[in-house]
Design a protein around this ligand. Sequence first.
Ligand code: UDP
Length: 365
Amino acid sequence: MKYDFLIVGAGLFGAVFAYEAKKRGNKVLVIDKRDHIAGNIYTEDVDGINVHRYGAHIFHTSNKKVWDYINNFAEFNNYINSPVAVYKDELYNLPFNMNTFSKLWNIKTPNEAKAIIEKQRKESGITEPKNLEEQAISLVGRDVYEKLIKGYTEKQWGRDAKELPAFIIKRLPLRFTFDNNYFNDRYQGIPIGGYTGIVEKLLEGIEVRISTEYKDFIKENPDIAERTVYTGMIDEFFDYKLGVLEYRRVYFEDERLDTDNYQGDAVVNYTQREVPFTRIIEHKHFEYGNQDFTIISKEYPVEWKKGEEPYYPINNEKNNALYESYVELSKTRSDIIFGGRLGAYKYYDMDKVVEAALECVERNL
Ligand code: UDP
């Protein structure tokens, strides 16, 4: 055994675990199948604009411990995410707040907004929401659902909103103030210079091998480490023997444009079903860039197939049950620790990944 830990995946979970393990005197090797570190938070500097290659990432948390921790590895700016939604030729503020409601219904006060939502909720007859559609209508009423949620959600997930779990829509704040902050969290920002730098710092002084597939590597080096931290897909690890977990993948069409400001916001959502992409990201706005050009990425969600990069676990009942049976199976492998968005099959935000990695360290080191 050459190493105490083999860490599979150089994303945020793997990098935090590696850093903490090394700090405690363990010998650590990190491998990643991609040709770069940082997993899906990877950002690439293109002539001064940090492009979020695997989709927009905005760090936000209410956990002071996590915020202080991540600030050891980067300086964060004061970016506040305030996306807008385009529906046909109409434009609305997100998340759902008084700016959205006043534009939609030509009203001024919270009481007027609440009354309209309450009326639409009553008309729908929903008392106990059982799926995303029912949850959305009972939270914000039918107008907001039809214009800003239904089309976006069905594109994003490739499924009818009635077949999706209610918790997904609860990620979004609903408030009756004129506040366009997409998150309710106490702390929020973008690391100045991009996310890749955070992972570089976490992995400083640690042996990392990129372009290295776990299955090939472990065949050639079966006794390389005492224990393995596996942050890839848990079902893939077990050769899909109990079945295949479902994921959504997104792909991006990037354009470099000869304008200093294409859309005036880092994130613009296109909520109409007929528009094939879900959103356009204009990367420079995350860091208040003043370049005389811009880079935009149109985001297209598609169903994931074996061999592709997974992005979003689809946490419906069927998949959650299958995941639980993989958890049972994993108990036969006490030498392997599963973690991260893929290993845990959870729709984690970055702060939850850091939290989970630190907890995992506490349990195992
Ligand atoms: N959502 C929506 N309309 C929007 C933005 C989000 O209906 O304009 C719904 C959609 O179902 C989405 C979920 O809210 O999957 C969570 O959105 P979030 O922005 O948190 O998704 P992420 O940034 O993780 O892709």
